[in-house]
Design a protein around this ligand. Structure first.
Ligand code: ATP
Ligand code: MG
Length: 549
């Protein structure tokens, strides 16, 4: 870490704990519930947990918090592992909260024996009615004073499947008058006759988050259990269970979750976008998931850099989507290979260029890299594709590109002068006729002519056809997640498919792991899902400049 960078509040805590000998080394965990794909918010938590351990020579577990059988699935388990690895982190161990079901059951029995837990037959409505309000204490239900023996028997009966869902619950006997509602005899176990993705049908009772999380931390010897702010009110309960069970004292610390504008981030909402067909899967390049960012062409370094820049706060705020785009632009500007591609083509014919001749023009692969990243050869012929938007029949003021009578440089090639043009029946320009200046070849230009505009091009007989996909924000609303009807706020123009773009032939062996700058058009990568050698598909990762209004 650089000298001048100040510590965030968690680094301060860790340094203090190590300095005063509270721990010899630290142990963190990243605890996703496998009920969806990870998103950029999770990336912040991953960078934080793995980052702290890395900085201070500690360890990090990946723990699947799988106590809710209905919503969890191995597809999610697999994707989460892939995403954490892709981000560049290595876990010490993979664990599952379900690994601890026997131990957690034993902990519950222990609390019952201590008179600190009881089986309650009340319905959810009855329990809610007895809970009181923050200013009014709760009332006990008639089951609160059951004997230890009766509770032990009933809890076992719950476990062996004597009861239906919702018929009974196990509650901790904490404090019905606590101003913290989470301390008013919280639920420890509920009955759920459901198949679990790992334990199958072995269990029909499942622990609640609060009864599983802290104990799992403790079993694993987690020193700093870092979670988002909404769990702050759960902390007293986290500590209560650990104290009553007298187990390894893990401690919980909270930080502000990442909120990004123009997107939604809860897995429940993202799942709706997938299930209701608003997007093409969790990795649709418009999604804020890690798999989507990967498919879109984001690099792991750019995501880590983003997480680093936003820092760690104790107060909620909203981060601009543009900052994420800034981070990937900064990375790709240095690393992307430059290529020419024409997305919206019209023909340019050089009338005085010899028919059938091909010249090899030379251009650097990346002017930002050492030695320009090497040189590539680009075939140049009489017939080229250029962008439709680079020609104007009636040029505006300060127009430096092609227009009748105007001159421009064809990037890495010759200066051409527009002599005439053709239109189709609808009045669209289809072909521009130019003459070229043979002495103006790039690198050996003796023409003495200065032109202000340079445009890109692709030799028509050599061009590769490809599909190119351009993306815009998925939502046109700044805070769509706040609205119930968020699916109605989707930006109708968030995906633009260009079926017939023309690419320079060097892109024939485009590599799925490589990122490209299509000169003047943005940063692109091959689509890792749908692209084939026969039909290449390129995704635009981001535009060259922040063009979004
Ligand atoms: P969501 O609200 O998206 O459904 P979650 O909090 O239910 O997410 P978990 O799988 O429980 O998702 O989260 C795993 C870890 O990631 C938790 O420690 C959680 O606090 C953290 N996390 C989730 N969302 C964010 C976010 N937006 N910013 C930072 N950390 C997050
Ligand atoms: Mg959750």
């Amino acid at each position: 870490m650089s000298e001048e960078k100040s510590l965030n509040f968690l680094e301060e805590i860790v340094e203090e704990d190590l300095k005063n000998g509270k721990y010899k080394s630290i142990h963190t965990r990243f605890p996703p519930e496998p009920n969806g794909y990870l998103h950029i918010g999770h990336a912040k938590s991953i960078c934080l947990n793995f980052g702290l351990a890395k900085t201070y020579g500690g360890k990090t577990n990946l723990r699947f918090d799988d106590t809710n059988p209905v919503t969890e699935d191995t597809e999610y388990v697999d994707s989460i592992q892939e995403d954490v690895k892709w981000l560049g982190f290595e876990w010490n161990n993979v664990f599952y909260a379900s690994d601890y079901f026997d131990q957690l059951y034993a902990f519950a029995v222990e609390l019952i024996k201590k008179g600190l837990a009881y089986v309650d037959d009340s319905s959810a409505e009855e329990i809610a009615a007895c809970k009181g309000t923050p200013t009014e204490p709760g009332k006990p239900t008639i089951y609160r004073d059951r004997s230890v023996d009766e509770n032990l028997q009933l809890f076992e009966d719950m476990k062996v499947g004597k009861y239906k869902d919702g018929e009974k619950i196990l509650r901790a006997k904490v404090d019905l008058a606590s101003p913290n509602m989470h301390m008013r005899d919280p639920i420890m176990y509920r009955i759920k006759h459901a198949h679990h993705h790992r334990t199958g049908d072995a269990w029909c009772i499942y622990p609640m988050y609060d009864f599983a999380h802290g104990q799992s931390d403790s079993i694993e010897g987690i020193t700093h259990s870092i979670c988002t702010l909404e769990f702050e009110v759960h902390r007293p309960l986290y500590e209560w269970y650990i104290e009553q069970l007298n187990i390894f004292p893990s401690h919980q610390y909270e930080f502000a979750r990442l909120n990004l504008n123009y997107t939604v981030m809860s897995k429940r909402k993202l799942l709706r976008l997938v299930n209701e067909g608003f997007v093409d899967g969790w990795d649709d390049p418009r999604m804020p998931t890690i798999s989507a960012l990967r498919r879109r062409g984001y690099t792991p370094a750019s995501v880590r850099n983003f997480c680093d820049r936003i820092g760690v706060q104790r107060r909620e705020n909203v981060i601009e989507f543009g900052l994420l785009e800034f981070c990937i632009r900064e990375d790709l500007n240095k690393s992307a290979i430059r290529r020419m591609a024409v997305l919206d083509p019209i023909k340019l014919v050089i009338t005085n260029y010899p028919e059938g001749q091909t010249e090899e023009m030379e251009s650097e692969n990346n002017p930002e890299a050492e030695n320009g990243g090497g040189i590539r050869k680009i075939p140049f012929t009489k017939e080229l594709w250029i962008e439709k938007e680079d020609f104007m029949e009636l040029p505006a003021k300060k127009w430096f590109r092609l227009a009748p009578g105007a001159t421009v440089r064809l990037k890495s090639a010759y200066i051409v002068k527009c002599e005439s043009f053709d239109k189709d029946a609808d009045g669209n320009v289809t072909t521009v006729y130019c003459t070229y200046i043979p002495e103006s070849r790039s690198g050996s230009d003796t023409s003495g002519i200065n032109v202000k505009g340079t445009i890109h091009w692709v030799s028509a007989p050599h061009a590769i056809q490809a599909e190119v996909r351009l993306y815009d924000r998925l939502f046109s609303h700044e805070n769509p997640g706040a609205e119930d009807n968020f699916t109605e706020l989707i930006n109708p123009n968030s995906l633009q498919v260009i079926p017939g773009a023309y690419l320079e032939p060097a892109l024939n062996d485009a590599n799925p792991d490589e990122r490209y700058q299509f000169i003047r058009k943005g940063y692109f990568c091959l689509d890792n899902k749908l692209s084939t050698p026969v039909k290449p598909i390129f995704n635009r990762t981001v535009t060259l400049k922040d063009s979004w209004k």
